[in-house]
Ligand binder design. Sequence first.
Ligand code: GTP
Ligand code: MG
Length: 480
Amino acid sequence: MTTFVDRVELHVAAGNGGHGCASVHREKFKPLGGPDGGNGGRGGDVILVVDQDVTTLLDYHHSPHRKATNGKPGEGGNRSGKDGTDLVLPVPDGTVVQDKDGNVLADLVGQGTSFIAGQGGRGGLGNAALASARRKAPGFALLGEPGIARDIVLELKTVADVALVGYPSAGKSSLISVLSAAKPKIADYPFTTLVPNLGVVTAGSTVYTIADVPGLIPGASQGKGLGLEFLRHVERCSVLVHVLDTATLESDRDPASDLDVIEAELRAYGNGLEDRPRLVVLNKVDVPDGRDLAEMIRPELEGRGYQVFEVSAVSHEGLRELSFALAKIVAETRAAKPVEESTRVVIRPQAVDDAGFTVARDGESLYRVHGEKPERWVRQTDFSNDEAVGYLADRLNRLGVEEALTKAGAKPGDAVAIGPDDDAVVFDWEPTMAAGAEMLGRRGEDHRFEAPRPAVTRRRDKQAERDEAEQEFRGFDPFS
Ligand SMILES: Nc1nc2c(ncn2[C@@H]2O[C@H](COP(=O)(O)OP(=O)(O)OP(=O)(O)O)[C@@H](O)[C@H]2O)c(=O)[nH]1
Ligand SMILES: [Mg+2]
């Protein structure tokens, strides 16, 4: 059986940030002109954007791995690396984005609505940007951060004003084809429709969309036939139309019992379908027996409170009345609904709490540090470069990580793991806070640059130092 692609698993990977460059400016007769290594470029984001022209997720079914480009590394001469290009993935209106556990991350409704599914990694700072009064010629640069890679699930829930529901071959697709300009596949065997069809109808001054779903059969809400899969497409439609076949050749069916079956399925599915406004269409009245049956059954259906239309998708009889009646209900439901956001909505992943970090003891001599900043700093560190490692230690110290470790009972030589439990970087802890460490001199100073030191250096308070550390990242926050 053909499976309709309205649910795909997608593996997205944002671009990695380019590494910063460590370089020293060279000029004739001026061998040490100062650090001039540029910053790495930002990795491209992976962005899902609603595009009205896209109606299926089929493309992603065929190629489910999507990656944005990496940022380029910085270069000497203060040249920054180029940013990676964002990868924009068009998705149909009504695409729901979930994580692998089924948590909804975003519900993309409305042209242009977008969601950053993977954020590009920040570029690493070059040594020019890392230089400061205290650290005149850093012999290292920061690494670019890896882009976010993750698995997401896209699920399509058609957004239409009107949904046609009914048994297979009742004529739903035929009706869409004659009410709108859409040309869905129509055939006289059941389950012809595998993909919801969407058409645009103009009735007077009202323009509305109409969708059908593959035929429903008893048990659809439990997954029989193609059923359940498709009822979710109906969820978002504000009006339901029962399309009943008055000319079916199946002896055990008639329009009234068909209606009961479909109603039962809608109730069983729930999710609000049970109380959508609905009306009844008796189709195929161009067939003489069909017309007789329609006329016979009409009073009963009206007695149940339904507005009933006798129509034919073949002879076009009754279509105008139906189309205007639908326009009226659509207009009413629109008027009743709160005004829709007309602005372009951009949904981003939730911002991480950037404030702090936690230290937790894990067993005899292992301490785990979690926190957005410490983890990011570790990712940015080139562990083959001692100066870079020293810079990391300074940053962690300034944030108060060492202090917290001491408080938590860590002793020199204990293991400290920074990062996610399954992918942490583990250090042997050597506290640098001890008074002796301060006297060894600052890291990142090339003594060849040494200017005469003022006799008295003012000890800066901790907060000022923290502020300075943050300063370096201004302009690098992708959310700012
Ligand atoms: N005589 C007559 N035949 C019709 C009418 N409407 C549809 N049909 C025929 O009924 C058959 C099924 O029509 P479809 O429009 O494909 O039915 P459907 O409800 O979309 O069917 P599924 O996609 O299988 O659920 C086709 O052979 C149509 O030509 C009508 O008003 N009169
Ligand atoms: Mg159909």
